[in-house]
Design a protein around this ligand. Sequence first.
Ligand SMILES: Nc1nc2c(ncn2[C@@H]2O[C@H](COP(=O)(O)OP(=O)(O)O)[C@@H](O)[C@H]2O)c(=O)[nH]1
Ligand SMILES: [Mg+2]
Length: 253
Amino acid sequence: MAWVAAGSVMVSDWHRSPESREYFSKILHKKKRRKFGLLEAPVMPPHLKADIVRYKVFLSGKSGVGKTTLAARLAGLDMPNIHYETTGMETCAVFWPVKLRESGRILFFHFHLWDCGENATRRFDHMLPSCKEHADAILFLFSFTDRGSFEDLSSQMSRITEPSDRLVRLVVGTKFDLFMHTDVTERDITRFQEVLGVPVFRVGGDVSGGFGEIAPLLNALAENLWHQDCMHTSTSVPTVPSNSGHIGPEIIV
Ligand SMILES: Nc1nc2c(ncn2[C@@H]2O[C@H](COP(=O)(O)OP(=O)(O)O)[C@@H](O)[C@H]2O)c(=O)[nH]1
Ligand SMILES: [Mg+2]
């Protein structure tokens, strides 16, 4: 399979272990998710120091599929009830602590999510290239209530990426809470995963406050990004742009 199996690089369900509590408390504020400005980051006490690794993640999908809602869901922000096309581009920061299985080392992943309105990408030629520039991962979205958005996935993927791009690709099916009205069956999903070798995650509904709904997707993103960097650094000399703030797995010694 093209992707990393859950739990092979990182401790899965770490958010449920008592040991993780102090780390997860840094991304909470009054039992809700803490909102981080672009220059802010969780600060741990010296004895629990955890490095931060930064990645850019682009959300791709047609208008109304649920990109802005997914970004809000992952960042713990209020989710929009009514759809209005995102004007231009919005970004937000998501911090997510993980524990590496082999070394036992704890890291904060910083996902910088880029969400761009579809109209903006059509009207302004530079939008899509700037969303994709230095992106480490792309989440391709479809909606369970819109079969067309599912059928368009593979052409969307080949339209905006090259097979040689060093990118983690994950697919997210939104509006899974409306599965009564689903246009996309389990068989469709299984087939898609087999043929394209890209995992599909399901999201939908209200976030009840816990990390359970978002943990599988954020862990998979972290795990695949880390694996991608490890593969890259083991086959070539790591090139870290000095201004990117990106400290990938080369910090491991
Ligand atoms: N029930 C349900 N509605 C959703 C979900 N995701 C998005 N929506 C709704 O779908 C509409 C479009 O979502 P939005 O995130 O603005 O789409 P975007 O154009 O891709 O950014 C909004 O009315 C959202 O409330 C979901 O998972 N479940
Ligand atoms: Mg939007």
